[in-house]
Design a protein. Structure first.
Length: 116
C-alpha cells in the first residue's frame, strides 16, 4: 500500500518525508520481528519501540496530507491500517505489562511461616 503511494509523491517529498516514512516502516517491522523471537521478559522494550515508530509514522503521514502531497483517500486508507496495527501493538504491550506485574507481585508476596 505505502510502496505505491510513495512512488506518486512529489519529488521533494519522496526523498525527504517519504524516505523517512519508508525507514520507519522497516524499523517498525524489525522491532516487531525482534520482539517475536525474544522471551516474554525481554519483549517489552521492542514492542514499545515499535509503538513509538508507529506514532511517528502517523505524524509524518499527517504532514504529507496537510501539505497536499498525499491525497485524502490514500491518507485515510493508510491511517486506518496504522490504527489497526497500533491497537495490536498496544494490546501486546498491555499483555506484557500485566504479565510483568503478576511476576513482580508473586516475587514480592510474603511467604507463610508454615511453608518455610
Amino acid at each position: 500500500m505505502w510502496h505505491e503511494d510513495h512512488q506518486t509523491l512529489p519529488k521533494v517529498d519522496k526523498f525527504s518525508l517519504g524516505l523517512k516514512i519508508d525507514t520507519l516502516f522497516v524499523e517498525t517491522i524489525e522491532a516487531v520481528a525482534s520482539a517475536s523471537f525474544l522471551s516474554p521478559t525481554d519483549k517489552a522494550p521492542y514492542v514499545r519501540l515499535a509503538i513509538r515508530k508507529m506514532d511517528t509514522l502517523k505524524v509524518l503521514l499527517l504532514v504529507l496530507w496537510e501539505t497536499k502531497s498525499l491525497d485524502t483517500k490514500k491518507y485515510i486508507a493508510l491511517s486506518l491500517k496504522l490504527e489497526e496495527i497500533g491497537k495490536m501493538l498496544g494490546g501486546w504491550n498491555g499483555q506484557l505489562v500485566r504479565a510483568s506485574q503478576q511476576v513482580q507481585t508473586k516475587q514480592n508476596s510474603p511467604v507463610k511461616a508454615e511453608e518455610k
